[in-house]
Write a protein that binds this ligand. Structure first.
Ligand SMILES: N[C@@H](CCC(=O)N[C@@H](CS)C(=O)NCC(=O)O)C(=O)O
Length: 138
């Protein structure tokens, strides 16, 4: 379902946006979204509201209450679960900080690479898979 009044400001390849997309998918939300790389009007309203071009940012428009701009992927995920979760809790992909996830995957790859000394660098698929998971719908 498309929740009325919510718009996600994002751009492609943004790891932190991937975290929000993962939460939205888990909750069955089809968030309205604006890519600030191609939508100059979105970029300028984001800049005017937050003073930055950092994404993700969720614009929340509530009838009679104006609009609110929610930055920080973790806060957006918390808001989505609190509003639409019906008691559900965020899954691993949306709870983990993407940079931590990538670092853990890279350390695991180095460890496997050192221990198993494989002839083909398959352990490096780990960070690639982690990165791909975060980029979904980015
Ligand atoms: N702590 C923020 C980090 C957001 C962040 O670093 N976003 C990157 C893209 S993934 C960004 O917009 N960088 C460009 C900028 O800050 O101008 C969050 O969790 O939302």
């Amino acid at each position: 379902m498309r929740p009325p009044g919510l718009t996600l400001f994002h751009y492609p390849g943004c790891m932190y946006c991937g975290r929000v997309w993962a939460a939205a998918k888990a909750l069955g939300l089809d968030l309205d979204h604006r890519n600030i790389w191609v939508d100059a009007e979105a970029a300028s309203s984001l800049g005017a509201a937050t003073g930055r071009q950092t994404v993700p940012v969720l614009r929340i428009e509530e009838p009679g209450q104006g609009e609110r701009w929610l930055s920080e992927s973790a806060d957006i995920v918390t808001y989505l679960y609190a509003t639409f979760g019906n008691g559900k809790r965020p899954g691993l992909l949306s709870s983990l900080n993407p940079q931590v996830l990538l670092m853990v995957a890279a350390v695991a790859a180095i460890a496997v690479d050192n221990v198993a000394q494989p002839s083909w660098p398959w352990p490096w698929l780990l960070p690639l898979v982690a990165f791909g998971a975060m980029m979904r719908r980015a």
